[in-house]
Every structure is written in structure tokens, then in C-alpha cells.
Design a protein. Structure first.
Ligand SMILES: [Fe+2]
Length: 246
């Protein structure tokens, strides 16, 4: 007799087996399998709780922005990802390859939105917390200085790229496992960094207007310049150490 967990995961496992079928193009199989394998126990993705209050990042980010961003925007990505995964499960169970392929856009957008925002909340912390101080030694400081020369240069480069994103998207600091170095990058829309570029995400800056319009109106540079006050460098360094260890 199967355990409860096995019963719950059964549709996802069945889907993963089907998705790896040669009927699908490699990109579709890779994307669908990644989202299926990331589904939490219970089969549904959920909106994560924040590790701080909505007002904790003021004045860089207002409580109003944080509440809207987390409880409305991120929650919508989670809801729509779960809907898309249900449709994917149905499409796979009926071997409807056309329907499976047609779901790629919804999976990429809503799955990316969920992945990106989950990373983003963990990248932030109150200005007065110890984690908001860039470390004076260690793996992160070494990696930043190796690639950018200095912390200030890294901020300038990541800020410039983030501010320059056309339309909606994200600025990133990521780890390139091929070179063993960190890199600045951007992605449009909700494209997730690792799936889109291969870089392992260390730090993400959401530059969708919903991330700053209440506080900064259309002046994205002021938002990007302010967000450096509330970056959780402990999280960035933990991700770097984990990425380097493979
Ligand atoms: Fe966002």
C-alpha cells in the first residue's frame, strides 16, 4: 500500500516520466520537469512567509509596497503556477502533447515569478540588522573583489544593469559554475536566472514597477540606489558558498 506522500506525489512523478518522453522537445521537457520536481510535499506551491514585518524595510521600501508586492503580486504567481501545474498534470495524463507545450509560457512566467520573489524576500533585511553590512572578509568579499575590483564597483555595475532593464525584469548577481566567478546579469519579465542563463542566483533586484512605484513613482534609479541599504549579505554569501560547493 502506498504512503500518503507517495499518493500525493504520484501525479507529478507520472507527469515527469511522461515529460521526459521523446515526444517533447528538450526545452519543454527540461522546463516542465524542473517545475514538477520543485513542487513541495502536498503538491501545491504556497506563498512563503516573510522573515520580517512589512514595515521592516522602511524607508527603502514602504510597508504598503511590501504588503502589495508579497500578498498580492507574489501570491498571484503562486496561484497561477498551481493552476498551470494542474493543467499540466491533466495534459500529461491524457498524453495531450499540444496542451503540454502550450502551458510552457504560463509555467515560465508564474513559476519564474514564484522562484524569483522567494529569492528576493530572502535577499532583504532591515537596515539596522548585522546582515545588512557587507562582510569585511570571506568568500563573498573575495569573489566581489576578484570580479569587480571592489564592493562599490559591484554596486555600480549591478545598479546600472538593473536600472537599464527595458520594461519589466530583474537585475542579478549570479555565480558561474563554469568559471568559478560571480557575474552581474539581467533577465526580462519573470525569466528565472538559472533556467535562462545557467548562473546560480545570489542576489536579485526586482525592477518591475510594482516593486517601487508606490514609493518612487517612475524613478527607478532612486529605488535601485536605496535597495542596497536593505540587502541581506548573509543570504548572498550563504548562496555563494553553497554554489561553490556544488
Ligand atoms: Fe515583483
Amino acid at each position: 500500500m502506498s504512503s500518503a506522500k507517495q499518493i500525493i506525489l504520484s501525479p507529478a512523478l507520472r507527469a515527469a516520466v511522461h515529460v521526459h518522453s521523446s515526444k517533447l522537445n528538450p526545452e519543454a521537457a527540461k522546463l516542465a520537469a524542473a517545475y514538477l520536481s520543485s513542487a513541495p510535499s502536498g503538491g501545491k506551491h504556497v506563498l512563503p512567509d516573510l522573515p520580517y514585518d512589512y514595515a521592516a524595510l522602511q524607508p527603502a521600501i514602504s510597508a504598503e509596497t511590501m504588503e502589495l508586492h508579497h500578498s498580492k503580486h507574489h501570491n498571484t504567481y503562486v496561484t497561477n503556477l498551481n493552476v498551470a501545474l494542474e493543467k499540466l498534470d491533466e495534459a500529461v495524463s491524457t498524453s495531450n502533447v499540444s496542451s503540454i507545450i502550450s502551458l510552457q509560457g504560463a509555467l515560465k512566467f508564474n513559476g519564474g515569478g514564484h522562484v524569483n520573489h522567494t529569492l528576493f524576500w530572502e535577499n532583504l533585511c532591515p537596515k539596522d540588522s548585522a546582515a545588512s553590512e557587507f562582510p569585511s572578509s570571506g568568500a563573498l568579499k573575495d569573489a566581489v573583489e576578484e570580479r569587480f575590483g571592489s564592493f562599490e564597483n559591484m554596486k555600480k555595475e549591478v545598479s546600472a544593469l538593473s536600472i537599464g532593464v527595458q520594461g519589466s525584469g530583474w537585475g542579478w548577481l549570479g555565480y558561474n559554475a563554469g568559471t568559478g566567478r560571480i557575474e552581474a546579469a539581467t533577465c526580462p519579465n519573470q525569466d528565472p536566472l538559472q533556467a535562462a542563463t545557467g548562473l546560480i542566483p545570489l542576489l536579485g533586484i526586482d525592477v518591475w514597477e510594482h516593486a517601487y512605484y508606490v514609493d518612487y513613482r517612475n524613478v527607478r534609479p532612486n529605488y535601485v540606489n536605496a535597495i542596497w541599504d536593505v540587502i541581506n549579505w548573509d543570504t548572498v554569501e550563504e548562496r555563494l558558498v553553497k554554489a561553490k560547493s556544488g
